[in-house]
Design a protein around this ligand. Structure first.
Ligand SMILES: [Zn+2]
Length: 297
């Protein structure tokens, strides 16, 4: 498939030939010449960004980053198969996010929400300066202070460059779509907040060799982390000494497959809305307002 720059002129010598329909374009492996040959309006960039953070004693610290990247890659494959004229390019996965609340465990690396904003804005504006329009932010880390960085960078990119940009997963996470659509399990999955049933199922499906078999003996632990009495406290300070909230022992690879695919489908729908110029997914209004009230940390 040959793509040319969409500048209204007859095709110039700048052309990018995709190596094969199955091979994904990675920005870090491309020359500026190849990047310059991409169609500004028909290229969609994917930016996976999530912190390294403890995910209980049984899951890798890269759980969110691995999931964001893998689901983005799968979504890119589907989009490219469906739309011959759309090119997807993945940006390097950025192991960055705000997760101060569990930084009392080794392996958690938290940066401020301002740093998250600067990075997302830095990547977006660098692309927008060269006329690129479409960017999907892929994050699996749902802490509001982290999302505050991402959303304010996205707002600024829309204002300054008229960029078509969205972060599709948190709108689904925060509007209860997962509970509505997931297979019925007979227990309340909305309390599976961190490294619990859902994330353990994901890793059991996607990376079984990274799941410590001791997950099966972990007790269910629940905490309402949004409770005012826990504000500003770390996981250990509220008694989460193993660093998880939920029921990891219930993990199920079939659910993991469903959850993975549901995330992929969410990304594909967002790309379709983006390329058709339709309304893009956004956080529910009440979550947006709550996020705005948070301090920059
Ligand atoms: Zn996670």
């Amino acid at each position: 498939m040959v793509k040319t720059k969409d500048n209204g002129k007859p095709s110039s010598p700048k052309r990018v030939k995709k190596p094969s329909s199955r091979e994904l374009l990675e920005l870090k492996k491309m020359s500026w010449k190849q990047i310059d040959g991409l169609d500004r309006n028909k290229t969609v960039f994917f930016l996976p960004i999530s912190p390294l953070e403890e995910h209980g004693p049984h899951l890798p610290v890269g759980t969110d980053l691995l999931t964001a990247e893998d689901t983005a890659i799968q979504a890119m494959r589907i989009v490219e198969e469906r739309y011959d004229d759309v090119t997807c390019v993945i940006l390097p996965s950025i192991p960055v996010g705000f997760c101060k609340f569990n930084s009392d465990f080794p392996g958690t690396i938290s940066v401020s929400s301002r740093v998250v904003k600067d990075i997302v804005y830095g990547y977006g504006s660098a692309l927008a300066c060269h006329g690129f329009k479409n960017l999907i932010i892929c994050t699996y880390h749902m802490a509001l202070s982290h999302l505050k960085g991402i959303y304010s960078a996205m707002d600024k990119l829309r204002r300054k460059y008229d960029m078509r940009i969205c972060e599709p997963w948190s709108p689904v996470f925060y509007d209860n779509s997962i509970e509505e659509k997931e297979p019925k399990l007979g227990f309340d999955t909305s309390k599976e907040v961190h490294a619990g049933f859902r994330e353990t199922s994901l890793i059991k499906y996607q990376y079984p060799y990274l799941l410590d078999p001791m997950y099966a003996s972990l007790q269910s632990i629940y905490r309402d982390v949004n409770s005012p009495k826990f504000v500003g406290k770390t996981f250990k300070e509220i008694g989460l000494t193993d660093g998880y909230i939920g029921s990891p022992a219930k993990a199920d690879a079939d659910y993991g497959r469903w959850f993975f695919q549901f995330t992929v489908d969410t990304y594909v729908l967002a790309v379709e809305a983006l390329i058709r110029g339709e309304k893009l997914p956004d956080l529910p209004k009440n979550v947006r307002s709550k996020m705005k009230l948070l301090f920059w940390e």
